[in-house]
Design a protein around this ligand. Structure first.
Ligand code: EPS
Length: 416
């Protein structure tokens, strides 16, 4: 919807999205490269390629990944927005080259080939795989080769999300906000994490091949992945993201699209294969009474970021009314099993409509550990946006002054 002002004025949208920090990605799984562009970062933020590459390497980990992860060693090249190790306020563009491109350059060549009309491209996919975008994408985009769909629908795209998320994470780190994750369920096996999560969650989770804090469950999960692999089958699971150091007051209760819970849900659910997200007690809250669910409030001198109060419990998972409370933000997201099965399911051939077995493409048995890292990145992007919305500023110094002024305001509320 547009409200038009006087004829000499520019048209402006009535419902302007609140986004301050936004990003987009481009690239096909077996194309030459992936691209991420993140816009709205303040100037003066220290940023090195190594800050981003570290996160890309974390995404590539995990028992149960396919051969592609041995081919790639994802690393970025900055194309814009960074100079002498600092952001300069312009869009930060990053390129990640696909090493596998050399095996696919003919198949994915942007230029037409003489044989395209007669023989078609090699490695066409018409036996569309249930669970993937293959079939719906063919109908929607009026294509005949599902490679035109799957190359973009591939979870390879999440490399670019993690690159953008690493920049957002770098901004949050300047304000001592940390984001970690761990796997709490995989392939029917629950992990029992310690009651008190380690202060540096990723330092504890990253060394585990499944990014889980429960060694006994990890061993069972590995056995389960091996069994599923032998059967040509796949596994899903659940990861938990924990954010510490947030101030009270990010997001807003005033309008639906400013509520931080909804903004996080949108970002997380958009991750390939993610089917559900919980905040704090999540689905369990529905089964309990109000007294069992809500968190009592008490004074807590010495906690400036939460306005010198705290919750006795944190079943709300750090959000009330779409606004951060300053308690740790706790999100859990569930990933369905990978849709490509080496023992394929029944489908139809997209050229003939006849019943066939689905195509088999190289894939993973599970990518739940990677999904947790991707969820951290998406969380970082939403939080950096909410942070920029609250504290504004074209430079990091300006943002810091605004942040410090607000913390002083809330921390002195009861002493004035
Ligand atoms: C992935 C890259 C893909 C897959 C996987 C994740 O590479 P390739 O198709 O060349 O093997 O390994 O993608 C999927 C499982 C999927 O369903 O799209 C990656 O970089 O994470």
């Amino acid at each position: 919807m547009c409200l038009t002002g006087r004829a000499d004025r520019v048209k402006f949208p009535l419902l302007t999205p609140m986004t301050r920090i936004r990003f987009s990605t481009a690239g096909e799984s077996h194309g030459p490269a992936l691209v991420a562009i993140i816009e709205g970062m303040p100037s003066g933020l220290p940023l090195l390629a190594a800050d981003v590459d570290r996160e890309l390497a974390r995404r590539q980990q995990g028992y149960g990944r396919g051969r592609r992860m041995q081919i790639e060693q994802d690393a970025i090249e900055f194309l814009s927005g960074v100079r002498a190790g600092e952001t300069i306020g312009s869009p930060v563009a990053m390129l990640v080259r696909n090493k596998d491109w050399k095996s696919w350059s003919e198949i994915m060549d942007p230029a037409p080939h003489d044989a395209d009309a007669t023989e078609g491209r090699k490695r066409q996919l018409t036996r569309v795989r249930p669970g993937h975008a293959d079939l719906s994408g063919l109908f929607k985009y009026n294509r005949t080769d599902a490679r035109d769909i799957l190359e973009r629908a591939s979870a390879r795209e999440t490399t670019a999300r993690v690159a953008a998320g690493a920049v957002a994470r770098r901004l949050l780190a300047e304000f001592d906000i940390s984001i970690g994750s761990h796997v709490v369920h995989l392939g029917g096996i629950d992990a029992t994490p310690p009651a008190q999560l380690p202060a540096d969650l990723n330092a504890a989770a990253d060394p585990s091949p499944l990014r889980t804090l429960d060694k006994a469950a990890e061993a069972q999960m590995i056995v389960r992945i091996d069994e599923l692999k032998k059967d040509g089958n796949t596994a899903g699971g659940v990861a938990e993201v924990v954010v510490r150091g947030l101030p009270v007051g990010l997001g807003s209760h005033v309008s639906w699209d400013r509520k931080l819970d909804g903004r996080l849900a949108r970002a997380i659910i958009s991750i390939p294969a993610v089917k559900a997200m919980e905040i704090g007690a999540g689905f369990d809250a529905a089964r309990k009474s109000g007294a069992e669910v809500h968190d009592e409030i008490e004074p807590a001198p010495g906690s400036p970021r939460t306005g010198n109060v705290r919750r006795r419990t944190n079943r709300a998972g750090g959000l009330e009314g779409g606004i951060t409370t300053g308690e740790p933000l706790i999100l859990r997201m569930s990933m369905k099993p990978i849709s490509t099965l080496m023992s394929p399911l029944a489908t139809i051939d997209a050229h003939t409509g006849a019943p066939v077995e689905a195509a088999v493409e190289r894939s993973d048995v599970t990518a739940v550990p990677a999904m947790g890292v991707i969820a951290e990145a998406m969380t970082a992007l939403v939080l950096a946006d909410a942070f920029a919305e609250k504290f504004g500023g074209d430079s990091l110094d300006e943002m810091r002054r605004n942040f410090d002024g607000y913390i002083t305001q809330i921390a002195t509320r009861f002493s004035r």
